[in-house]
Design a protein around this ligand. Structure first.
Ligand code: SF4
Length: 459
């Protein structure tokens, strides 16, 4: 479930059913305004809705005014230990201040920050990390880390409520994926405030992306989480943004830019799929539209596997085919597949999102594809045909059963054989059901036999 409450960070709504916001954190020294703004520009272009900057020193807080004024997206100041920096960040116009009430110097310091945030109408993010829980929860952290995280977060929420401040979101981060999932599930049940999700110190681009996808993806699939950050050990913050978007796109929570579908390849592959997929992905990065493009390694499954793609290619040794929205467009030499794919995509947009199809070229490509298809492959088209045939057989068998039943009924009317209507296989309702079930089983058995006689070659 989405959080009940909604806040606004700059112009970005968080929680209350708003789209899940993507955020990241700059890796530069915040006081280096030019470098920080350049990185903010890059993450904004990659799709960040919000950006957080570290404010560990006074000069970082001093740089905030210019950064906030020139940033294309709302800026969140990240504060630890020093409540005066939080006050400075608020005064500099930060769109949100993240603080950990556990390390800011006590409730009276928190109260001063809250009072300033209230005056300015600036939201806060209450951030709890597994590595910096309050002293009184340290023991619980060893025995039950999930309860410890949730207790810290709810304790801070209660403090905010005592201060009559509700303009905040909450984050509760752990390096453990299971703890991240369990604690956020528990917290989402207990508080109405928006949740920011992340797996802290997730790791390198490879392992960190996977951990984040599992942890955040599980929560997001449950409807938990209003804003996310992927923490990766890279100086390129835009990589975090790209991963966040892939997670949101995979869950169909948000759309941004193209979606690339590519087969995993197998022993049927006859061309350099790796290079082609990489090239397609590289060129798609120039498109903003949420177009779906499929790359299949061979023609064995026809175009059925990528029926829902807007555009796609399927390759072979010397030639491949381009298709659009489940229909063939044309055959092209393998070395020109990518160029021609993008020519078709550009033509589609130039024509106002209309696929331009040359019927002769399409027919030629269909003939070529039919010649190269594996006759034994259980393509979606063939599977559909098999199912339709089985359904026809079943229907025919059912009709036959009913005819038997009709004759039984006549007998019953006339007081002849079958008058009790109980003999299976043709008399009475039980008899009809049994006859029909048998016919269905026979049809299904025939279908299974046909299917078993073919190699299943779908990717
Ligand atoms: S059979 Fe499937 S996985 Fe193998 S190359 Fe063809 S499309 Fe790719």
């Amino acid at each position: 479930m989405a959080s009940q409450r909604q806040i606004h960070v700059g112009g970005v709504p968080i929680g209350g059913g708003a789209p899940v916001a993507v955020q990241t954190m700059t890796k530069t020294e915040t006081a280096d305004v030019a470098a920080t703004l350049a990185q903010i520009e890059r993450v904004a272009q990659a799709g960040a809705d919000l950006v957080r900057v570290a404010v560990p020193r006074r000069e970082d807080a001093d740089a905030l005014g210019e950064i906030v004024a020139r940033s294309p997206i709302p800026v969140i100041a990240d504060i630890h230990f020093n409540y005066t920096l939080a006050l400075r960040a608020l005064d500099a116009g930060a769109h949100c201040v993240r603080l950990n009430p556990g390390n800011i110097g006590g409730p009276d310091k928190v109260a001063q920050v809250v009072a300033r945030a209230k005056e300015l109408g600036t939201p806060l993010r209450i951030g709890v990390n597994s590595g910096s829980l309050p002293e009184h929860l340290r023991e619980l952290e060893y025995t039950n880390p999930v309860e410890a995280l949730v207790a810290a977060a709810t304790g801070f929420v209660e403090l905010m409520e005592r201060l009559q401040f509700t303009n905040f979101k909450v984050s509760m981060k752990s390096t453990s994926v299971p703890d991240t999932i369990a604690s956020n599930r528990m917290l989402a049940e207990r508080i109405p405030y928006p949740l920011h999700l992340g797996v802290t110190e997730a790791g390198t681009k490879w392992s960190g992306s996977l951990k984040s996808a599992v942890g955040l993806g599980t929560l997001l699939a449950d409807g938990i989480g209003d804003t996310i950050r992927i923490s990766l050990s890279t100086f390129h913050a835009e990589e975090e943004v790209k991963v966040a978007w892939e997670i949101l796109k995979a869950l169909k929570l948000r759309e941004r830019g193209p979606v690339l579908i590519a087969c995993p390849t197998c022993g049927r592959l006859q061309f350099d799929m790796d290079t082609i997929v990489a090239e397609v992905e590289r060129r798609l990065a120039d498109y903003d539209e949420p177009i779906e493009v499929s790359v299949l390694g061979c023609a064995v499954n026809g175009i059925g596997e990528a029926r829902h793609a807007d555009f796609g290619i399927t390759g072979a040794k010397d030639a491949g085919a381009i298709y659009a929205k489940g229909r063939m467009l044309r055959k092209v030499p393998t070395e020109r597949l990518v160029d021609e794919l993008f020519a078709e995509i550009d033509r589609y947009y130039a024509a106002g999102r209309r696929v331009i199809r040359d019927e002769r070229a399409a027919a030629e490509a269909e003939r070529w594809l039919a010649e190269h298809e594996d006759e034994t492959a259980l393509t979606p088209e063939r599977l559909a045909a098999l199912e339709a045939a089985a359904a026809r057989e079943q229907q025919a068998a059912g009709t036959e059963g009913r005819e038997h039943h009709g004759r039984g009924a006549e007998g019953a009317d006339s007081g002849g054989p079958g008058a009790d209507g109980a003999e299976p296989g043709g008399r009475g309702e039980d008899g009809e059901a049994a006859g029909s079930a048998r016919a269905g089983e026979e049809a299904a058995g025939a279908r299974r036999a046909r299917v078993a006689g073919r190699r299943f070659t779908r990717a």
